[in-house]
Design a protein around this ligand. Structure first.
Ligand code: LRH
Ligand code: MN
Length: 393
């Protein structure tokens, strides 16, 4: 499909203009693997500088108006002031990510720890994160638990689920009327025998048990190889339990590479389920977030590239001729139906997106615009001293 007809173009461009992608504060900071964290010049030293970089990404792409925070990595004295600073920069504070995976006390787990005192400490952190949401105006409390075991017999699998459910219930009951809990699952790592929230089914079951304000987050790097993620998307959308995505891509495990870099066709298939489920529009409440680590590549250009990759996959998904697809599916025309999807996937949507940016007064090529902006040279000199931000692991 080279040039979509006018009605199609209008429908597609209208949906793309309304797209919103949340960038993660921690992707602007130093990150790495257990082997090495390579510091980079110009890296932010505090949440304010992380927000400044996120605002630059939004100025250039026009579709990244919120920044997810991670506590304590983004702890500040005055969260209301941080929210005001973000607003001055043209962005807003997004999901608040709790962190119960880096404290020495959490060796045997956080909310699932055999020790009730440790569980109390972990739950108090979740409650603190809701307090922070009250001050930042954030809607989402995002919970990922590294909790698990490394050897059979280490702990009682069922008892840990009871502890998890009790902790989630206490945090859930603390949520305000317009606040949500987003529960993230992950197959393994750092635990290597059991993980207490290992898959979408476990996350879904806990969210159903909790209530309407609990939804599942799909981190695209958290599945066993070969998992059909778009099936999970379709299932959770149908059940009204899809709260959002942590977008990234991987070749092997939780590689946290740029979304769409390792498997652009998978990202297209995922966005196809979103578009097919009429869940792209902001009112549908799906949080489209990036969760990535730019260990060797320049961070801001990598995040801009990632936002563009999501836009391109979305544009291709929007170009699927839904009527032709439905007709072929009804007719049992296997190859015909597949061809309708592949036709859209093979459409070069970059000219359409470039035109859309130009119409919005943006540079058609945000990556080139960033290179020309002088922003990197400025932050490199401004941020010469001080302690660069990172995971502090
Ligand atoms: C865990 C995870 C989670 C975050 C962390 C930064 O692997 O995906 O979403 O808290 O990365
Ligand atoms: Mn994640």
């Amino acid at each position: 499909m080279t040039h979509p007809d006018a009605p199609t173009r209008d429908r597609v461009t209208q949906a793309l203009r309304a797209q919103r992608i949340e960038t993660p504060s921690w992707a602007y900071a130093n990150s790495g693997t257990r082997f090495k964290v390579f510091p980079q010049e110009g890296v932010p030293r505090d949440p304010y500088e992380k927000i400044a970089d996120a605002a630059m990404v939004h100025r250039l792409t026009g579709v990244a108006p919120t920044v997810a925070l991670h506590i304590p990595w983004d702890r500040v004295d005055d969260y209301a002031d941080l929210a005001r600073y973000a607003a001055d920069q043209g962005v807003a504070l997004g999901a608040i990510n709790a962190n119960v995976f880096q404290d020495n006390d959490y060796r045997l787990g956080s909310v699932t720890n055999p020790d009730p005192g440790v569980r109390r400490k972990a739950i108090d952190h979740l409650l603190e994160c809701v307090d922070i949401m009250d001050r930042t105006g954030s809607r989402d409390l995002k919970l990922w638990f590294s909790d698990g075991t490394n050897y059979p017999g280490q702990d009682d699998i069922r008892a840990r689920q009871d502890r998890l459910a009790a902790a989630l219930r206490e945090a859930y009951d603390r949520l305000g009327a317009d606040q949500r809990m987003l529960l993230e699952y992950k197959l393994f790592e750092p635990a290597f025998y059991t993980t207490d929230v290992p898959d979408w089914g476990t996350a879904y079951a806990h969210c159903v048990e909790l209530g309407p304000k609990a939804q599942v987050v799909i981190d695209t790097g958290h599945h066993a190889p070969g998992t059909n993620i778009e099936f999970i998307v379709a299932f959770l959308l149908r059940a009204g339990k899809l709260g959002g995505f942590d977008f990234n891509s991987r070749f092997y495990a939780d590689d946290d590479l740029m979304v769409g870099a390792a498997d652009p066709f998978q990202l297209f298939r995922i966005m196809r389920e979103i578009v097919g489920g009429d869940a792209l529009r902001p009112q549908a409440g799906i949080a489209f977030m990036l969760d990535q680590c730019h260990n060797i590549e320049p961070k801001i250009p990598a995040i801009i590239r990632s936002v563009l990759n999501v836009q391109e996959a979305t544009a291709k998904a929007l170009l699927v001729d839904a009527d032709a697809l439905a007709a072929a599916q009804r007719a049992g025309d296997v190859l015909g139906a597949n061809a309708v999807l592949m036709d859209a996937y093979h459409t070069d949507v970059r000219p359409l997106l470039a035109e859309l940016r130009a119409e919005a007064g943006l540079d058609p090529d945000p990556i080139a615009a960033y290179a020309r902006s002088g922003y990197f040279a400025r932050i490199r000199s401004e941020r010469a001293g001080g302690q660069q931000a990172g995971w502090g692991a």
